[in-house]
Design a binder for this molecule. Structure first.
Ligand code: 3UK
Length: 508
């Protein structure tokens, strides 16, 4: 991949779409009652860039916090920041003042654009921090809103000439362990992810309608719901709320053809197989968490659609191991996608032979650069990014997920990967969702504890505990069976849809 020295991803993805590719009058974005063509989105983004520079005093390199549900204005704001040469610091809608304040301090945020419906926590965080001085809200009641300022600027905005390796995104990791880290991504990284996975694996077309659940503050959502459709002239329908019922409704209402969501949502939506089959949906992408073979089979059976699995990470911006529908192998995530290399290594960084489980490391056009964080040296060595996952590669180059390296349970000297126990449980008809973790045990050091959400019609009780334990023993090595089983209403998850295994320890 070669990029010119000067590159602005807004020029590439938005201005050129209108001025050079002739997509100006095509539908680009819809949602919340809005329908914008590429030209209309560009006009909104231009106005926002003017507001940032002329009314809010932004200079290139300033960090701009973005906060809001998935809505066309959130996309216009993102492009406005790119055009003005700012750095977008996208945040998850559910974060509260305390977490926002930490991010403002780590990322040295000076400006913010915020959806009026979520302003209270941001204003509280801003009042408690020294850095954030300029905030404008859109979709808010009363005076002084962003739209009123935008209305005063209607000249085209001449994009700031950024270098290909100027930072344009600061993305925070989910912080499942400790304080979140900010990862830095360049304008060329944005273009690189559009050139790697979408054309080689997704293979969507200009008439596709992209939809999904990940927030735009999560790079899975930014790529899947904004950058990828726009790089091919397709359109996106954004949902402010995207739990399974709204996803199904959205697919029906907007005629969505490409869906991005996490395995847990595919398991729930599979219960509506007929309704899904009656929509225009044709491509389904699963990421964020390991996809059990049982979920792949369930979805295929319910809808006839083969899932496209892909592992991505905030550190690498997007997906780096994946397989298209034809190349998909149950139980494997896929192969390193064109442009990326992936290896499984031991503790000393020696490449392991096929079949052996070790640490996954990845090298490609995007890579991890933590902002001012000593943990950089732990996660990146010789240009290899260590993702924190335990994987094995088979003789054909397919990568098989085992666990997060911190989700290994050590019980009586055995190494047990929590997801392996979960997969075994998931094949039992009573189990809708489950999570496994290690809890302290005097005799064995740790024992496996499973938290189980039952399907309707199954009753919790000692007989079912016994049946589930026997089922695991009959499915995988018997020592992996959960010695503790508790039944719960729902599993604790992050806003990115990931199971919070450490929180399972307290349940039940
Ligand atoms: C796990 C997976 C197995 C894995 C992400 C697509 O999830 C994303 O980024 P995060 O930084 O988390 C990264 C970690 O999540 N994971 C993600 N996908 C899979 N494990 N199979 C998968 N298919 O532990 C990884 O290290 O939140 C996903 C695109 C962009 C993203 N940021």
């Amino acid at each position: 991949l070669q990029f010119p020295e000067q590159l602005n991803c807004a020029s590439e993805l938005l201005d050129k779409a209108v001025d050079e590719r002739g997509w100006g009058e095509r539908l680009c974005l819809q949602g919340s009652g809005i329908r914008w063509t590429y030209r209309q989105l560009r006009e909104q983004a231009d106005r926002i860039a003017h507001v940032l520079v002329q009314d809010m005093g932004l200079v290139p390199g300033n960090r701009v916090l973005l906060r809001g549900p998935n809505h066309p204005m959130a996309v216009a704001c993102w492009f406005g920041v790119m055009k003005a040469g700012g750095i977008a610091v996208a945040t998850m809608p559910l974060l509260r003042a305390k977490e926002l304040k930490t991010m403002i301090e780590i990322a040295q945020v000076s400006h913010a654009l915020c959806d009026g419906t979520l302003a209270a926590d941001l204003l509280e965080a801003a009042a408690a921090s020294l850095q954030l001085r300029q905030i404008r809200c859109y979709r808010q009641e009363g005076e002084g809103g962003l739209e009123a300022l935008m209305a005063r600027h209607d000249a085209p905005f001449c994009n700031v000439a950024t270098a290909a390796d100027d930072t344009c995104i600061l993305a925070f990791t989910s912080g499942t362990t400790g304080i979140p880290k900010a990862t830095m991504h360049f304008h060329r990284d944005v273009m690189a992810i559009c050139a790697c996975w979408p054309p080689h694996v997704l293979k969507a077309q200009a008439d596709d309608v992209f939809m999904g659940s990940p927030p735009l503050g999560f790079t899975f959502g930014l790529g899947g719901l904004v950058l990828f459709p726009m790089s091919i002239g397709a359109s996106t329908a954004l949902l402010e709320k995207a739990a399974p019922p709204q996803l199904l409704e959205g697919l029906q209402q907007y005629g969505g053809t490409v869906l991005f969501t996490a395995p847990t949502n595919y398991r729930v939506l599979a219960q509506q197989g007929e309704a899904i089959s009656a929509t225009r949906l044709r491509k389904c992408v699963s990421a964020g968490e390991a996809l059990p073979a049982a979920t792949r089979a369930l979805w295929k059976q319910a809808t006839g659609i083969e899932l496209i699995d892909g592992i991505g990470a905030t550190e690498l911006l997007h997906i780096f191991i994946s397989a298209d529908e034809k190349a998909a192998r149950p139980g494997a995530t896929g192969k390193a996608i064109p442009g990326y290399r992936a290896e499984v290594v031991d503790e000393d960084g020696r490449v392991l032979p096929p079949g052996e489980v070790g640490k996954l490391r990845v090298k490609g056009p995007t890579g991890c650069r933590y902002l001012n964080d000593a943990r950089q040296a732990v996660y990146v060595k010789d240009g290899w990014n260590y993702t924190g996952d335990a994987y094995a590669m088979d003789a054909d180059g397919y990568f098989h997920y085992h666990a997060r390296t911190d989700d290994m349970i050590i019980s009586a000297g055995y190494n047990i990967a929590a997801p392996e126990v979960e997969e075994a449980l998931m094949t039992h008809p009573a189990v809708a969702e489950c999570g496994a973790t290690g809890v302290p045990d005097e005799e064995r050091g740790q024992i496996v504890k499973a938290c189980v959400v039952l399907r309707p019609g199954f009753a919790a009780g000692p007989e079912l505990v016994k049946a589930l334990q026997e089922h695991v023993k009959a499915t995988v090595a018997p020592y992996k069976y959960p010695r503790a089983v508790v039944f719960v209403e729902a599993l604790p998850r992050t806003q990115t849809g990931k199971l919070q295994r450490f929180r399972l320890k307290e349940l039940g």
